[in-house]
Every structure is written in C-alpha cells, then in structure tokens.
Design a protein around this ligand. Sequence first.
Ligand code: UD1
Ligand code: UDP
Length: 365
Amino acid sequence: MRIVTVVGTRPQLIKAAALSPVLRRRHEEILVDTGQHYDEAMAGAFFAELELPPPHHSLGIGGGTSTAQVARMLLALEQIVVAAAPDALLVYGDTNSTLAGALVAAKLDIPVAHVEAGLRSFDRRMPEEINRVVADHLSRWLFVPTATAVQNLAAEGITLGVIVVGDVMQDLAARLAPTVRDGEPVTALGLRPGEYLFATVHRAENRLPNALRSWTALLGAAASEQRPVVLALHPGTAAALAAEAVALPPHVRVIAPQGYRSTLALQLHAAAVLTDSGGVQREAAWLGVPCLVLRETSEWVETIAGTSGRMVLVGLDAARAHAELARLAPMGDSAAEAARRAQTLDLEPAGAADAISLALEADRP
Ligand code: UD1
Ligand code: UDP
C-alpha cells in the first residue's frame, strides 16, 4: 500500500521512529512533517538520534493559534495528498497535526489509519480530547493500545475497524532502554543516580497563569539541596513562564529538552518522575520508576493500574505530592532503588509496529 504518514510533534517523531522502519518493509511510506514542532531539540534532533528517514515533505507550519495552525496545515496537506494519491493516510495520537491529517484525508475520501486511537480524558477543555475524538470518528483503522480504549470507542458507537495492537512507544522503549542502563547521560549532566527528581510539564492547562504558579510551587516543595528537581523544559512552557514572570524556586534546575535516550536515562535513574506527559507516564511505568502525574485525569488507566500504586495522579496539589514522594521514594532509599531498577530492567516490546503493518496489508482498501 502507499501510505502518507503525517507527523509534526516530538512524540510523533518518536512514534514514527518505532513504526516507520517496520511499515516500510511491506508498504511504501510518504512521510510528511508539518513542522508543528520546529526547534532542533524538539524535532530535528530526533531524526538523527532515532534514524528516522528524512521527511518527503516538510511544511514548516509551527506556532500561531491552534486554529491558524490547523488551517495552514489543511491547505498544505491537501495539495500533497492529492498529488500522492495514497491508499491510506496514517496519523498518530492527538495533536493538531493529527487532526489536520485526518480531516484532509476524510475530505478526499482516503481511508485514515489512527495509531493510539480510543484514548479519552473525558475533558473537552483539553485540545487533545477534541483532536482525538474527531480523528477516531474519521478513521477506518483504529489501532488501539488498551482494552479501555476499545470500550471508549464502543461507547461512541465505533466498533468496526478497531484493532488492539499495544503501544508503539513500548516497542521503541524496549529496544533502547537497555542502552541507558549505565546512566551515562545522567552523570554527563552532573547528576547522581537516584539523587534527583525528573520533571516535564507542557500541557496547555498547565500553562495557564494560576497553574504555572501551582506546579512551580509543587516542584519547589519537592526539591531540596540533596535531591534537586531536574526539569526538561518544553519551549512552550518556558514561554508561558516568561510571559507571567514566574521564577522557578531554588533547587529546580532547568535543562533544555533532551534527546530520547537521555530522557529514558533521566527517568530510569531518577528517584521519581513528575510529569503531565502521556508518553513520559508510560515510560516511567515501563521502567518501574515512581511517578507523580501532575494532572487530575489520565487517558492511561491500565498504565496506572499496572504500577500497583507506584504511579499516582496528584494534580497540582503540593501537599499530596509531598506525601506521595515520602511514600514512593523515601530519601534514604532512592539511590539503591535506582541502581536496582537499572540492573533488573526487563522490558518486552509490545509488537505494535508489526501488528499495525500486517493489519494494513490484510485489509487493503
Ligand atoms: C503539542 C500537542 C500536545 C503534545 C505536545 C507534545 C496540540 C494541540 N498539542 O503541544 O498534545 O502533547 O505537542 O510535546 O497539538 N514551541 C517552540 N518550539 C517548538 C515547538 C513549540 O517554541 O519547537 C512553542 C511555541 O511557543 C508554540 C508553543 O510551544 O506556540 C506550543 O506549541 P504547540 O505545538 O502548539 O503545542 P504543544 O504545547 O507543543
Ligand atoms: N521526551 C524527550 N525529551 C524531553 C521530554 C520528553 O525525548 O525533554 C520524550 C519522552 O521520552 C517521550 C515523548 O518525548 O518519549 C513524550 O512526548 P511529550 O511529553 O512531548 O508529549 P506527550 O507524550 O504528552 O504527547
């Protein structure tokens, strides 16, 4: 089959790095990068690090309001998709690039394949929730990672084309996590394994002024001289902090967005992870590191349940975060725990990439 794949953000480049090589063994893939993420550390660096082949088309559409961004993507993608006349168009996840790709294909009557279909937060204030609901309802193949996702789709009347394949990100994490057992990227940053907390924050709701103040205070309360918080700062969050003149508290150390291996290493060797990221939540679970989710909801119900209490939703409640850290990552234990975790790491691939590639071949339009 000829497949146009639309990517644009950091997690989509990472997911494409897991799926593209497998897809290309059976199918012709035309990779289109909308450029929604454009900084070298958010986009370009992943092509090189993860050996993702360069895109056939780079649209250079990043920044601006969500609506303007999607509108420009629609116009540019339409031309490319018409010229390529693919058998299918594949999108990942729930970003503006996902929405634009799915909508263009649907308007051109080209079947849509949605990887990471069926996830729901049931919170329509989140831009991602709108994007994923629309993409799911436009898709012919709904590649879902979990049983809950199947139920979510059934509740919306979608039962045809739903295929449980597991998580493509697990395939990549299983391949590359063993390469960071030694913690070299951690020590290269001057950190001692088990003696820091790793954080990422980028959800739109966590960039609102009150939320910025709450989570920075939460990180400040969690951080100490003996155990700093290391925050890999998304440029959108950096811009929001600057616009509100919110300063980060002492012992919260900002680092640039990291590469994929470095991020896995920073998680594996941390005392605990604090994040609002969907991808980081799953990776923390796979790596066995305690994780506080800085949100009130999560789409990854099974992920949280599978950690037997090692991952908890704390919202932006500093007292709750403090109590959970004391329970999950007590100060005295965490260096030994991190060392044990790195030694015993045993992560199996999900087989999602193969399952997707085969399912597309088996059900050609
Ligand atoms: C997007 C996705 C989100 C996903 C996240 C992954 C949408 C609506 N949101 O959020 O679901 O979890 O990507 O990281 O699609 N910026 C830069 N340089 C970059 C990229 C972004 O400076 O390379 C800044 C710009 O100020 C931009 C802001 O970040 O306006 C927001 O970027 P955008 O792509 O709109 O959304 P994300 O918050 O990154
Ligand atoms: N990630 C990364 N560098 C960072 C932060 C995250 O490579 O500085 C990776 C992380 O390991 C995971 C993915 O990016 O694989 C998650 O993407 P992100 O948090 O941007 O978005 P989300 O998953 O919430 O959509």
